[in-house]
Write a protein that binds this ligand. Structure first.
Ligand code: AMP
Length: 634
């Protein structure tokens, strides 16, 4: 990636999400939090392999873990600041040996007999993150905000600080992971005027945490708000890995049947580590595919010309997942019950926002059940794998003075809309509307038999999509084929008080729905907004004309299609003169369309409009005949 520079006037502090499975480093740069590293290298697996002469951290260590089970240290976070007795439950899940170190603390024991403390192992991960940040920012990094689970006790927090020190990092603040997630969404960065209660549902690969936070607004402008964890619950051995294992068992049962093998083969332990890893890999990719598709297929070569082939539907996976999701919801119930008992909680405790964290929250069933349980659409605009690191960077930005200009406004600074036919923009919410804001508009298709509609969400004041900022896109698919203009697509924009935009599309005839959340103001400064506004004034006249021509093309095409079809069918029932007039106007309008599509500036919009009007007027008789004839047919 390119080197990003931070102004030297700010003390450089990075934000680190030191996770059980994966770790990330982020920084507050150009007014926004960004995860550092190139796209496919932003995530550093929290895995460390100890070799005789060197230590390998990250992807290579993870990928070759089965080759070196005893010298590859995974999930070290589970041992941080814990006694051997406390860590016993976790030992069964670890491939390496553990033993008691100083002060009864748990340590990892390498094949050489050398023991390494969780602080030392974590320091290796932190060093790798520090190096990554230093090279991405082009400056030596020595200070960090590091996140920890809300339930970490003092010893675990101190162990995290010590790991930082060993890595040459001054840990300037330890932040709770759920608090970081809330900060990433702009909660608590100074805008709130009232207390809020936020739930953070964090479902990863191997752990589940639910935290309820109370957010008390800043007493004075310029100060940050205050977060308090009022309840936590969860399960340290519940996550996406369980689903992978469940799928593997299903596949193995069926493979055994296919091959006529005995029951022992259905046991994953009967296979070597490579095969086990491959099967889990298959299962995980099926699971991930089913988060966006309705079915996924798998094929495993069994040798001797035999293969196991199968397709898994989303419904089938959801049946397997239901008891798993139930367990997370039961933990949410426990957390809510204990939050009610917390000072200020009370029976009337209301959750204002729900934030999703962790890769497993991409599962649609998880999103649906969480939304149902809390009675709220959860926040999904930020990548659930990156949201904690982004929040750590926001905290780092606040502490180094760089986040003062974070754009948190009570009004929507730039218009929000979607791309319509021909590349024009339909604005649903206009600039300077106050938040929260809601708008709905009906759309349709302009092509026959369209089974998927793309919703491209845009921000800006210009009239054409290409001149606006693209915020995100999604597809409403699975529509039954219908003639152009028949689908009834309702698009709703909802910007909540925190500035999160939820866009949903609902095709009313088929009942199909799809939605997406984005944060429109993420990373925009006041200056950038002013520049976008000024640009739109400069191009106002030209933009209006272009939008008009584009709309004329779309509507004229529909006219040409409908009128052309009717003329072919009922033309012989018209007076010959009327028919000739219509044919002439159709040809003339067709030329306008072709010219406008080649170069919109080459056509005279007024003449184009007049021709369309003339055709509409001249076709009245034909339409009447059409209606009369279709009544006869009925
Ligand atoms: P984390 O511990 O937060 O990195 O989450 C990792 C877990 O998220 C693993 O179990 C992944 O299989 C799971 N995961 C990641 N992406 C998806 C997806 N698109 N659909 C379902 N699960 C996913």
């Amino acid at each position: 990636m390119g080197t990003t520079t931070q102004p030297d006037t700010h003390d450089l502090i990075v934000g680190i999400d030191l996770g059980t499975t994966n770790s990330l480093v982020a920084a507050f740069v150009d007014n926004k939090p960004i995860v550092l590293g190139s796209e496919d290298e932003q995530i550093t697996p929290s895995v460390v392999r100890y070799e005789d002469e060197r230590v390998v951290v990250g992807r290579d260590a993870r990928d070759r873990a089965v080759e070196f089970p005893k010298q590859t240290i995974t999930s070290i976070k589970r041992l941080m600041g814990r006694s051997l007795a406390d860590a016993q439950d976790d030992a069964a899940y670890l491939s390496y040996d553990i033993a008691e170190g100083q002060n009864n603390t748990a340590r990892a024991v390498l094949p050489s007999g050398k023991a390494v403390s969780p602080q030392e192992v974590s320091a290796e991960i932190l060093k790798a993150l520090r190096d990554k940040a230093s090279s991405a920012l082009g400056r030596e990094v020595s200070k960090a905000v590091v996140t920890v689970p809300a339930y970490f006790d003092d010893a675990q927090r101190q162990a995290t600080r010590d790991a930082g020190r060993l890595a040459g990092l001054d840990v300037v603040r330890i932040v709770n992971e759920p608090t970081a997630a809330a900060l990433a969404y702009g909660l608590g960065t100074g805008k709130e005027t009232e207390a809020k209660t936020v739930a953070i549902y964090d479902l990863g690969g191997g752990t589940f945490d639910i935290s309820i936070l109370r957010l008390t607004p800043a007493a004075q402008e310029g100060q940050t708000s205050f977060f308090q964890v009022i309840a936590t619950a969860g399960d340290t051995h519940l996550g996406g890995d369980d689903i992978d294992q469940r799928l593997v068992r299903l596949f193995l049962d069926e493979i055994r049947e296919t091959l006529g093998l005995d029951a022992s083969v259905a046991d994953l332990d009967a296979f070597g580590p490579e095969t086990r890893r491959a099967l889990i890999g298959f299962a995980e990719s099926v699971k991930m595919k089913l988060s966006t598709e309705d079915s996924a297929s798998i094929r495993i070569d069994l040798g001797q010309g035999r293969a196991y082939e199968r397709s898994v539907s989303r419904d089938e996976l959801e049946t397997l997942m239901t008891p798993w999701v139930d367990r997370t919801i039961a933990a949410c119930e426990r957390a809510i019950a204990s939050a009610k008992r917390a000072p200020g909680g009370g029976e009337s405790l209301a959750i204002d926002s729900v934030i999703l964290v962790g890769g497993s929250t991409r599962v649609p069933l998880v999103r649906k059940r969480v939304a149902e349980f809390f009675g709220l659409e959860p926040y999904t605009a930020l990548d659930p794998d990156r949201v904690v690191a982004l929040g750590a960077a926001v905290q780092a930005g606040i502490m180094s003075g760089g986040a003062k200009g974070m754009l948190l406004l009570d009004v929507i600074p730039l218009s929000l809309g979607i791309e319509t036919q021909g590349g024009a923009v339909a604005k649903l919410i206009t600039a300077n509307s106050t938040v929260p804001a809601r708008a709905t508009e009906m759309f349709s298709t302009s092509v026959d038999g369209q089974t998927s509609i793309k919703i491209n969400i845009l921000q800006g004041e210009r009239e054409m999509a290409e001149h606006c900022r693209a915020l995100g896109e999604f597809h409403l698919s699975g529509l039954p084929p219908m003639p152009a203009g028949i689908p009834q697509l309702q698009v709703e924009f909802l910007v909540d008080a925190s500035g999160v935009l939820a866009v949903s599309a609902h095709e009313k005839r088929s009942g199909k729905r799809a939605s997406l959340q984005v944060i429109p103001n993420h990373g925009l400064s006041r200056d950038e907004i002013d520049a976008i506004e000024a640009d739109s004034f400069k191009h106002a006249r030209e933009d209006m004309t272009r939008h008009r021509v584009v709309d004329l093309v779309v509507n004229s095409k529909l006219d040409v299609k409908w009128i052309g079809e009717r003329l072919a069918k009922f033309g012989d029932k018209l007076e010959p003169d009327d028919r000739a007039t219509l044919e002439g106007l159709l040809t003339k309008l067709g030329k306008f369309i072709a010219n406008a599509e080649a170069d919109w500036q080459s056509v005279n919009a007024d003449e184009f409009y007049k021709t369309k009007q003339s055709l509409d007027e001249a076709s009245v008789r034909l339409q009447e005949i059409g209606i009369a004839e279709s009544l006869k047919e009925d």
